[in-house]
Every structure is written in structure tokens, then in C-alpha cells.
Design a binder for this molecule. Structure first.
Ligand code: ZN
Length: 653
């Protein structure tokens, strides 16, 4: 492991706290040291308070901040004198500790201090760094981990047996450190958990962390326990239906829709196909931060119900009002066919689970190669999770967004109404897949809840591939917005050639039949019922001359929606149409089309834009917000409706 210290960079962080920010970010840049909010750092600084008294303040990582991206505001300032008094107490409950930490902060708006705050305060060094380094976790999760750590570090480190993070751990560390530390002590290893380093400067503590972890990495390499995968054959097969069925069952068990992301690659398949997979994967997590329940499901879906019942029975015994999230549902599924699936209440949490478990796979395999993977006992895992949930509840609370855990597919999503629909759905918490023939869709957003796929909707294979990718990425499909369409140049019927007619029909009508048909099995599995919104046109109720192909295609699409509403009501799928008119911030309205239309009606372009009863300009966002609302609870009892969004059109009224 290489030090990332760069003097020129470091010089831009002159103060003690800024130095703390800099090396925290350096630690965060290495995912084998810290992952997603794991690990924490601190610095002790003497400051004058508002009445002119000197106070020693511990700036410690606040909850909700990631080391990789932490800034000064991410550190919570806590009075050290009080923390040291607390450390002498016989006991302190978690809620008491949370209260004490919060009420001893010198900046009211700072985030809640880390659960490891008291531990940081008791270590007699200016800078303290703490990580859950993969290499250290690998070694400490073996039966003779303690002896191995001694072998690697000699008496350089103080070793702490496993204890759940919190007050008891802080107290034990303080006691052991006071009794065992000496001149050469430059670290502290926490069994099944991670490692601490310290120093008088930020650089010293950071470089020490790199040095200590490198020793562990070298040890693993020397023991030939570094992970290597035997090549695995990945058969081409469609697993979309079993994946969507599994997500549907998990959602039912959880009581709300969940995201299920599939990772089917050499690494996950090789791991899931190991002969000893049951033994090695059914233990606890590698470190208390990595609390994930794993389930290996031997045959797709077959024993899922029984499994969920078992799970409820086990966790029912531990039930408390805090344990509400995803309780009867595993966070990770391992299967010889599927590889790995990560489950979360939204796309972001599923992505975090996946990241952590990718590391866990390495740790488990490496520990197994070293000796044997031996994780924390089940009770400890439960305790940590309980704690974590308490924290999450304290931090957030409130209702999740309307479409949390749901998956939406939008066609024609790179611009105009389609892009606006993507934004409206993301804002309501859905994971969104955008299709567009324009490849810029792939870069539209870089976030875990969006997937952009270049797709020509006139190609059946492109559509089925896109749906498979959608289900692989998020686990199913709840909402479908059919928006892609073309608006050809004005042409009277007498001059309308067959090719042009067919092209319009192919995109505006035929493609949508394929999309509806291929999405149907997934919409049918949607935990809260499938929803489809068709972006129609004012031309359906009120066609215009010169737009025969467009008007006919949209009218036929509208009729298709009505038939689907009749056929799919029994599957709890509802379909509705929107009929926008004169939405000018979209791809089909070129300046030329706009001028032609205005000329046709003998008015200016400006008049044409607000040529409606309400004299308002209708934009993409207005249409998208209505489309999103039509997928929400207000429209629970509505199917096959057609709603104009046109500012009022006399011919339609
Ligand atoms: Zn920790």
C-alpha cells in the first residue's frame, strides 16, 4: 500500500484542522482502508472559547460524512475534558452517550460525533486515525488471528479483543492502552474490527497507518493467501424473471418495495460456486460496520418463502420498534446461477451493500486461504445493527420519498419531456432507467439510482436487452413512461409516401407495442402495482391537417393503452394517457416546425406558444410532474384516463 501524501497538495491545508481534513481524504481515497462512512479520524486542538477561556477540543468525524469527501464542517468539535470524565464512568448507555456527545459540542450545527469519539479522546496523541483495513480485518477474522497480529507487529501495537463499538469499547481501550502502551507503541489493533494509528502531526499518523497496514498486506502475500479466482464460465441466459420474482417476494416480506441489484461476474460466481460457500458465507460480517445478512439461496426462488418465515421467527424474537428496516429480508443473496444480489431500500443503499460485500468476498476468501474465516458471533452482529438503526432513526426520521424502492423506465429520456420525467421520478425517490437513441443518455447523470441505455426502440432486440439490463441493475420494473416519438415535417395526405408513414408508425406505435408486451411480466410483479403513462398528444382528440401519420400513430397508441387497461386491470397494472400540446422545449419542435405552424394559423411564434385558453406556455416540466403524479397514490383508482395538459384547447374542450 502506497502513501498518497503529496507535499504540494498538503501545503494548501495550513491549519491543524485542515491537515486533518487532508489526510482523512487520503485515507478515504483507498477503498481497502475505508468504505462508505467506515473509519474515522480526529485531531485535538486548543481553542479560546467565547468568554476567553482556553479549552481542549476534539474534532472528530461526524456521522453522515465520508472520509473520502469530508470537509471541515464534517468534524464535530467536542470538549475533551468532559469526554475524559465520561471515560471514567462504570457504564454509559448508548442513548446517554449520544446525548453527552451532542451536548458537549461547541458548534450546535455540527453533525453527531462518531460512536468512537470517547475512544479518540482517551488516546494521548494529537492526531488519531482509524480504519477498517481489509488486510487487518482478514487476519483478525481467523481463529489464530491474535497470534498472527503479534507475529506481525510484535509489541508495537496494543491488541483489543472484540467488543461492539460504543462506550464499553472506549473504556476497555483506555484501560488496556494505559496498562500496555510504551515508547515504541505506534498502533492499536481491534480484533474483528480494524486498526488505529497516531502521531503528533497529520502526516505522521497517516504514514503510520499505511506502514502498519502494509505489514499486514505483506504477511497475507507471504502466506500465499492473496485472493485469486479460477476462471468461471458465464453462461448466457436470461435471469430477469427469477430476479424480479425474488425482488417481489422480498418487497412483500419487507412491507415496502426494495431495490435488488444483481452482480453476475467471474468474482461473484466463483465465490457463490465454492463448495464451502454455505459454511463461509453464513457467518457474520467482516467488521461491525459491514453488517449485512447474507443468504445463499440454492435454487432460484424455490425455498424463499420458507426462508423468509425462518428469518421472521428468528428476528421476531429480537423485535423492537427500531428494527423496522428490511427486517425479514437478507441484504445479500449468493447463488450459483445469479452470482451475488444486493438488496436495499433504495438504489444508493443497495450499491453500498454491494460495495461492502465485494470487499467481504475478498476478506472471507483470504481468511479462508490463511486459515479459516471466523467472524463475529450472531448476537454481536444483531447488537450493532440495532445500534445502527437507532442512529439512522435519530439522524433521519420522516417519511421516505413517494417512489422509494421503485423502478421506472422512461423512453426518449435524453431530452425534452422524457428528460423532465427522469428528473421528476428521481426527485420522488425512484431508481430510473432512461432509454434514448442518442448515446448522450449514457452520461446524462452519474448517480447510483440512474442508468442510461442507448436504445433504438425500432429494434426488438434493443428493447429486450434494455429491459434485461434494467432488471439486472435494480430488480424489476414498477413504472413505465412511454414518451419516445417523432413529429415529422408537415405533409398533406396526397403527398405522404408509404415509407414516411411506416417510419412514424414504427417509432410512435409499433415500438410501444413491443415495450408494453415485454414489460408486462415485470409490471405484473410490481409490489405496489404496475403503472404506465403514455405521452399522447392533443392531436388524438383534435388532429391537425398535414399531420396524418403523427395524429394516426398517437391515436392508435392511445387505443392500445385503452385495450391494455382492460386486459391488465386484473394484474393490478393501470395505464393512463397525457395529451400535451405545444410543448416547445422538446427535441421535435425545431424553429422551422414552429415557424411553419405559426404561419399556418396566421400568428407570430410568440402568440403561437401561448395560443390556448389560459394563455400559458406549457413546458416539459409541467408535463413530467403530471406524469409522475399519475403514477402516485392520487391516481390509485384511475386507469385508461386521458388528461389534457395544453393550457386549454377550444377544439378539445
Ligand atoms: Zn471502527
Amino acid at each position: 500500500m502506497k502513501s498518497l501524501w503529496n507535499q504540494a497538495e498538503a501545503d494548501r491545508y495550513p491549519t491543524d484542522l485542515e491537515q486533518r481534513v487532508y489526510t482523512s481524504q487520503l485515507l478515504g481515497r483507498n477503498p481497502s482502508l475505508v468504505l462508505h462512512g467506515g473509519g474515522n479520524t480526529s485531531v485535538k486542538i486548543q481553542e479560546k472559547n467565547i468568554v476567553g477561556k482556553d479549552e481542549n477540543i476534539l474534532y472528530v468525524k461526524g456521522s453522515g460524512w465520508d472520509l473520502a469527501t469530508i470537509e471541515k464542517e464534517g468534524f464535530s468539535p467536542v470538549r475533551i475534558a468532559h469526554l475524559l470524565e465520561l471515560a471514567k464512568l462504570e457504564s454509559l448507555s448508548d442513548p446517554q452517550m449520544v446525548n453527552e456527545l451532542k451536548t458537549q459540542m461547541t458548534r450546535a450545527s455540527a453533525p453527531s460525533p462518531s460512536v468512537e469519539t470517547i475512544l479518540h479522546a482517551t488516546l494521548p496523541y494529537k492526531y488519531v486515525d482509524h480504519t477498517h483495513a481489509d488486510a487487518v480485518v482478514t487476519i483478525t477474522n481467523t481463529p489464530s488471528g491474535l497470534a498472527r497480529i503479534r507475529e506481525i507487529y510484535g509489541d508495537r501495537v496494543v491488541i483489543i479483543p472484540y467488543i461492539m463499538p460504543g462506550f464499553d469499547l472506549a473504556r476497555l481501550c483506555a484501560e488496556k492502552f494505559a496498562a500496555e502502551a510504551h515508547d515504541r507503541t505506534d498502533g492499536m489493533v481491534l480484533m474483528n474490527h480494524g486498526i488505529f494509528s497516531f502521531g503528533a502531526t497529520a502526516r505522521e499518523a497517516y504514514e503510520k497507518m499505511i506502514e502498519l497496514v502494509t505489514l499486514a498486506e505483506d504477511y497475507i502475500e507471504k502466506q500465499e493467501a492473496k485472493v485469486a479466482f479460477a476462471p468461471v464460465e458465464i453462461e448466457e441466459k436470461s435471469l430477469s424473471i427469477p430476479l424480479a420474482q425474488m425482488r417481489s417476494q422480498f418487497s412483500k416480506a419487507a412491507g415496502f418495495p426494495v431495490i435488488l441489484s444483481n452482480y453476475r461476474n467471474e468474482k461473484t460466481l466463483a465465490f457463490a460456486r465454492r463448495e464451502d460457500i454455505s459454511a463461509i458465507s453464513q457467518q457474520g460480517p467482516a467488521t461491525p460496520d459491514h453488517v449485512i445478512r447474507t443468504k445463499r439461496i440454492p435454487l432460484l426462488g424455490r425455498d424463499l418463502d420458507a426462508y423468509i418465515e425462518d428469518y421472521k421467527a428468528y428476528y421476531g424474537a429480537h423485535a423492537s420498534e427500531a428494527t423496522t428496516m428490511l427486517d425479514p429480508v437478507p441484504r445479500v443473496v449468493l447463488d450459483a446461477e445469479l452470482g451475488m444480489c444486493a438488496v436495499g431500500k433504495n438504489a444508493k443503499s443497495a450499491a453500498i451493500v454491494a460495495d461492502i460485500y465485494h470487499h467481504t468476498i475478498d476478506i472471507i476468501q483470504s481468511s479462508t486461504a490463511l486459515e479459516q474465516y471466523q467472524a463475529l458471533p450472531a448476537k454481536d452482529i444483531f447488537d450493532v445493527e440495532y445500534w445502527d438503526l437507532e442512529q439512522a432513526k435519530l439522524r433521519k426520521g420522516g417519511k421516505p420519498p413517494a417512489f422509494s424502492g421503485e423502478i421506472a423506465l422512461v423512453t426518449g429520456a435524453a431530452s425534452g419531456i422524457g428528460k423532465a420525467c427522469v428528473e421528476s421520478l428521481l426527485a420522488r425517490g425512484a431508481a430510473v432507467v432512461g432509454l434514448d437513441i442518442n448515446s448522450k443518455i449514457e452520461e446524462l447523470y452519474s448517480r447510483p439510482d440512474f442508468l442510461g441505455i442507448q436504445c433504438d426502440v425500432t429494434q426488438e432486440k434493443s428493447i429486450t436487452d434494455a429491459i434485461s439490463q434494467t432488471v439486472g441493475k435494480f430488480g424489476g420494473l414498477d413504472i413505465l413512461i412511454l414518451n419516445a416519438g417523432i413529429f415529422p415535417a408537415s405533409r398533406p395526405i396526397a403527398q405522404l409516401n408509404t415509407g414516411e408513414w411506416q417510419k412514424v408508425m414504427g417509432i410512435n406505435l409499433d415500438a410501444n407495442l413491443i415495450l408494453l408486451r415485454e414489460c408486462h411480466p415485470f409490471l405484473k410483479l410490481a409490489p405496489q402495482g404496475g403503472r404506465v403513462v403514455i405521452i399522447g398528444s392533443k392531436n388524438v382528440p383534435a388532429p391537425g391537417p398535414g399531420a396524418a401519420a403523427y395524429s394516426a400513430s398517437k391515436a392508435a397508441l392511445n387505443q392500445l393503452m385503452r385495450v391494455a387497461a382492460l386486459e391488465w386491470g386484473q394484474d393490478n397494472i393501470r395505464l393512463n394517457s397525457l395529451h400535451p400540446n405545444a410543448v416547445f422545449d422538446t427535441g421535435i419542435w425545431t424553429q422551422e416546425v414552429l415557424e411553419n405552424r405559426a404561419k399556418h394559423y396566421g400568428i407570430t411564434v410568440e402568440q403561437y406558444k401561448t395560443n390556448n385558453v389560459l394563455k400559458v406556455e406549457v413546458n416539459s416540466r409541467t408535463v413530467a410532474e403530471l406524469a409522475a403524479e399519475m403514477c402516485g397514490t392520487l391516481f390509485t383508482c384511475t386507469t385508461a384516463a386521458q388528461i389534457p395538459v395544453d393550457g386549454g384547447n377550444e377544439r378539445v374542450i
